[in-house]
Design a protein. Structure first.
Length: 224
């Protein structure tokens, strides 16, 4: 199920002032779901400012779910898949056929990115234990959804932990990616779903880079 305002908002050319604004407007949609015992997990780094606002509005704990894209050395700009710190890798078979990565090289890339995901989880979370997922309404938040590859990897890994429900929530998303993720989550909630999506950054007036130090401050301030 996908919840969004459709074309009407795009016609009015509404954009988000910044990630905080996106988080506030996204939280309004999530509050209507009346989630029980929710936990908000964000995709760093850009998803953390959005998720922080959502977590505050929902009265939920905030943490991260780290995803790393898997690439081939011959095509470093093309992500053929994605992997989390713990879950199985997600591979885009169509792109894999296009770039024809060497199987051993691909396996090495998967392990390298998995190790980096684990390192980043430790860097962001520190000594805090991971939040309980089983039996809870889990909300995965990012600042936007383009291809959905990273979100698919995160959602697939979380589904294995037995949440009561699994929601992907973003301020703006491409219709194709939102529809394609219905098999790995219970719902996709987005504020804007423009037919001509192009790029996440185009829907924000202010879209600065978020660094690791800012992520750590936000998580510490939220008591994640």
């Amino acid at each position: 199920m996908t919840l969004h305002d459709g074309v009407a908002e795009v016609v009015r050319m509404q954009v988000f002032r910044d990630r905080d604004d996106g988080g506030r407007r996204l939280a309004d949609r999530l509050l209507a779901l009346r989630l029980r015992d929710p936990v908000v997990l964000t995709l760093p780094r850009g998803g953390v400012p959005v998720g922080r606002v959502v977590a505050e509005r929902l009265g939920a704990p905030l943490d991260v779910t780290v995803v790393r894209k898997i690439t081939s050395p011959d095509f470093p700009e093309t992500a053929v898949g994605a992997v989390t710190a713990e879950g199985a890798p997600i591979i885009n078979d169509r792109l894999k056929r296009m770039v024809h990565p060497d199987p051993d090289v691909l396996a090495d890339s998967i392990e390298k990115e998995r190790a980096e995901a684990r390192r980043r989880v430790e860097a962001y979370r520190g000594a805090r234990p991971a939040p309980r997922v089983a039996g809870r309404d889990v909300v995965v938040v990012d600042d936007g959804l383009a291809t959905g590859m990273s979100a698919r990897a995160a959602l697939s890994a979380l589904r294995e932990q037995g949440p009561a429900s699994l929601t992907l929530a973003v301020p703006v998303c491409s219709p194709e990616a939102a529809d394609a993720l219905g098999d790995v989550c219970d719902r996709v909630v987005c504020v804007l779903c423009p037919p001509r999506f192009q790029a996440v950054s185009l829907w924000y007036e202010s879209f600065p880079q978020v660094d690791d130090a800012e992520v750590q401050r936000m998580l510490a301030g939220a008591g994640a």
